[in-house]
Write a protein that binds this ligand. Structure first.
Ligand SMILES: NC(=O)c1ccc[n+]([C@@H]2O[C@H](COP(=O)([O-])OP(=O)(O)OC[C@H]3O[C@@H](n4cnc5c(N)ncnc54)[C@H](O)[C@@H]3O)[C@@H](O)[C@H]2O)c1
Ligand SMILES: O=C(O)[C@H](O)[C@H](O)COP(=O)(O)O
Length: 336
């Protein structure tokens, strides 16, 4: 069996070789129809567009993406072509929680946002959004939740987007990127959305860049309709808007989910799915060493920022926005 793997997926080398006859590691953007033609399986990240153009006429039967999001997979084409695909639900939700926690503390520290007097709106309350809900509750914030697909299932406790727009001081987006259907999220934050905001909130986007319309958020920042933005995901990555980068409170190169723990979870989950699909019974162990801390202070908020301060990633991106993809590929994975 032949498997092609994104060469930026950590902890997989040496393990998958025990399960497949031939393993090829390539950069995510280097998967071509020619290269995948005689592969049985692909193991990818979000950088490989898995669509008809790549897959038609190939032997590929299984695609595993070592990520939560799967908007880079044409699931309709896979269904048609009989290709099974699998993602890693929740794998790096803890890393995104860590990112948002530090961002909230920075808003408090640098922008005088009084968290315990603030209302946060969480749009998309799945694996990540639910963790942010509990985090915000621990920080004493008032929390409003928006998740129309869950509300449509009869679940209680959700409000509409208009209520979020009216009442929130901070709005954080945690939906998948969905382009069609009943609950699309493509350009969910557009001109109308920004104009409906009543409290000049901060907007945080760690979902997908295309959930926020760049021209609209730029206009909202210029007109001070929003007090500021925290942007981890961008339209048209890696060719991001430099105008937006220079106007945000924090801007990072799509690394909110980049913890060693999250990456190890993803690799474990994608290998589990791979083994299940091919009926391989193999014990494997992907474990990380106990993290070493060198905490210099006893205050919990200071600890959090010592453990992870997104300002450092912002400074690096500001210095080299043209290296967006390289900054991701060489990111020193942090511990949760
Ligand atoms: N920046 C990063 O590094 C990073 C890391 C992890 C995940 N993500 C992104 O975050 C997204 C969410 O992750 P998750 O694990 O919570 O996914 P999830 O599937 O567990 O939850 C998504 C939630 O969004 C809801 N939703 C769908 N359409 C909606 C709409 N129109 N309005 C409001 N809510 C809607 C769903 O019902 C679901 O509850 C992922 O799809 C991925 O794109 C980014
Ligand atoms: O969807 C996800 O899991 C995240 O966006 C993830 O961080 C994507 O990162 P990738 O491994 O594709 O660089």
């Amino acid at each position: 069996m032949k498997v092609i793997i994104d060469n930026k997926i950590p902890y997989i080398k040496g393990v998958i070789e025990q399960m497949a006859d031939e393993v090829i590691y390539l950069p995510g953007q280097a998967f071509t129809p020619d290269i995948v033609r005689d592969a049985d399986a692909l193991i990818t990240r979000t950088r490989t567009r898995c669509n008809r153009e790549l897959l038609e006429g190939s032997k590929v039967r299984f695609i595993g993406t070592a990520t939560i999001g799967f908007d880079h997979i044409d699931t309709e084409y896979c269904r048609e072509a009989g290709i099974t695909w699998s993602n890693c639900p929740g794998c790096n939700a803890g890393a995104v929680e860590q990112y948002i926690h530090s961002v909230l503390l920075l808003l408090q520290k640098e922008r005088n946002v009084n968290l315990s007097h603030s209302c946060i709106g969480i749009v998309g309350v799945g694996h990540v959004g639910s963790r942010i809900q509990h985090l915000a509750e621990r920080l004493g914030m008032r929390v409003l939740l928006n998740d129309p697909p869950r509300a449509a299932q009869g679940e209680k406790g959700f409000v509409d987007l208009q209520t979020i727009a009216r009442e929130c001081d901070i709005i954080t987006l945690h939906t998948p990127l969905i382009r069609e259907g009943k609950y699309p999220t493509f350009h969910l934050a557009d001109d109308d959305f920004f104009q409906s905001l009543q409290k000049h909130p901060y907007l945080i986007n760690t979902s997908r860049g295309e959930v926020v319309e760049t021209t609209s958020i730029l206009q909202a920042l210029k007109s001070k309709q929003i007090a500021g933005a925290v942007i981890d995901v961008w339209e048209n990555e890696p060719h991001i808007s430099l105008d937006l980068l220079h106007r945000v409170f924090i801007g990072t190169p799509h690394i909110a989910g980049y913890s060693a723990d999250g990456k190890a979870n993803a690799t474990r989950m994608v290998l589990d799915a791979f083994c299940r699909f091919f009926g391989i019974q193999k014990e494997f162990c992907i474990s990380l060493p106990q993290p070493e801390y060198n905490l210099q202070d006893t205050d919990e908020d200071i600890h959090q920022l010592q453990m992870y301060n997104p300002q450092h990633d912002f400074e690096t991106l500001l210095a080299h926005p043209e290296k967006f993809e390289q900054l991701r590929g060489d990111y020193p994975l942090r511990r949760e």
